[in-house]
Design a binder for this molecule. Sequence first.
Ligand code: ACO
Ligand code: KIV
Length: 513
Amino acid sequence: MRKIEIFDTTLRDGEQSAGINLNTAEKLEIAKQLERFGASIIEAGFPASSPGDFEAVQRIAGTVKNSIVTGLARAIKKDIDITWDALKKAEQPHIHVFLATSPIHMQYKLNKTPDQVVEAAVEAVKYAKNTFPLVQWSAEDAFRSDRDFLVRIINEVIKAGATTINIPDTVGYASPAEYGALFKYLRENVTGSDKVNFSAHCHDDLGMAVANSIAAIENGANQVEGTINGIGERAGNAALEEIAVAMHIRKDIYGIETGINLQEIKRTSQLVSKLTGVVIQPNKAIVGKNAFAHESGIHQDGMLKNPETYEIITPALIGESAVPLVLGKHSGRHAFKDRAETMGFDLSDDKINRAFAEFKKLADRKKEITEEDLLTLLTDQQIQYEEIPVYELKSVQVQYGTENIPTATVQVIQPDGEEVTVASTGSGSVEAIFNTLELLVNSKVEILDYRVTSVGKGRDALGEAVVNLTYNDQKVTGRDAAQDVLEASAKAYLNAINRQIIQSGLRAKELIR
Ligand SMILES: CC(=O)SCCNC(=O)CCNC(=O)[C@H](O)C(C)(C)COP(=O)(O)OP(=O)(O)OC[C@H]1O[C@@H](n2cnc3c(N)ncnc32)[C@H](O)[C@@H]1OP(=O)(O)O
Ligand SMILES: CC(C)C(=O)C(=O)O
């Protein structure tokens, strides 16, 4: 079996999805899970792009041991220096330097001639190589670049010390046959192409990112890049869970080993969805909630007679356990802690106690506590910060009637510890709550997006709200769940405000550069 390295860019290209904004603690949590998932390389961010990205990459590099941690950098010395500062303590410092090579990018975006682009790429790779043992160089928009120019610049960056060459289809324009052919051409024409890794990086604008990545593997790529749940810039990146399972299920034709721990797929996907607020479409391959649901009579009949009639992947393969529900209002702390550990949470006794208290409150109101409910409760505890005081929702009350103006009354404890109650109106119940909270947080808030979904099944399922807003001129996403969608909405709004406060609080305490 041939080994393919899996390069995960959920925290860099994935975070470039419109509306996603992860803080350092959330990124660290995802990185630790990506390590369990078995990613060979984790691109933890773009350190020169913001203090938040710098801090996240630095923290992840200091924590993750079993995956290589990398950071993205433009082909400029300042970016490379900042990336080195963030990654110098990593076990195997790795940098990902990129520079565009397509005519349209060189002429209009970079305003450079092809010769100047070659010179800048070589200079950047040489400079990076002074400190980093592992240097990946990406030809941004490689697929729309001239092939012979690509061969020329790749030859030069390999001479300058690049250890991996990435050939992105930056705008998702390639077809599988074309993208595969490009890898074959480069493997055949680049001098010493067998001495470096060739990497595929595909976007899903035409829905072909996974197919293109597999075509690259078939034609000489020994690394593929992508994200969990396929999140990423515009239509997203290749979904890594789809590639990993495709390689496993069809090892008869591909003969590829990815090193991915398939059992961790479900949990990784759920964690990324929860923390980014990006809901997974139900029919999404591998991780969608309908991916293993057989609905029609003829299919169900076949499944009962022999599951192989319709099932090519079992839920168990990706760690989707059909554990019978054992937790309810009569369960105790031991069973709760045990389940948390089985789900992969490693929480202090304090955090387990707090999660248990929340669980008991929920169990009083809800007859069935599902795996999704537990995931929500435990994830919330896992990423709580104690050191920065934030807003705490005490109560929310809404008066609504078809003939009345909806009015919300909200009681919160402010970061300074003072308890305040404020009321305001809106054209609907949610708007009334948001207007009231805006008065409370004392600053202009612009709502960019708002969604409510149900967590789990049944009438008494938890409602999860995701609010994307601007506060103190920063875009931030908040999410929270509650039995009632209005309470979930209020909590999600405050969660967004609190995340912004925490991020600036950490920076003020110089925990962030
Ligand atoms: C295909 C990809 O996904 S590439 C990664 C995209 N990710 C991001 O952009 C992450 C977030 N970005 C940012 O925070 C900002 O864009 C920053 C901090 C990186 C740069 O911000 P600014 O300095 O304000 O520049 P701005 O983004 O407006 O323009 C980009 C500049 O970088 C140049 N540039 C673009 N790519 C490269 C490169 N690979 N190497 C060197 N220079 C580059 C552009 O030509 C432009 O230069 P100019 O100012 O001389 O015209
Ligand atoms: C920086 C590069 C690898 C990229 O994200 C792209 O080209 O899509």
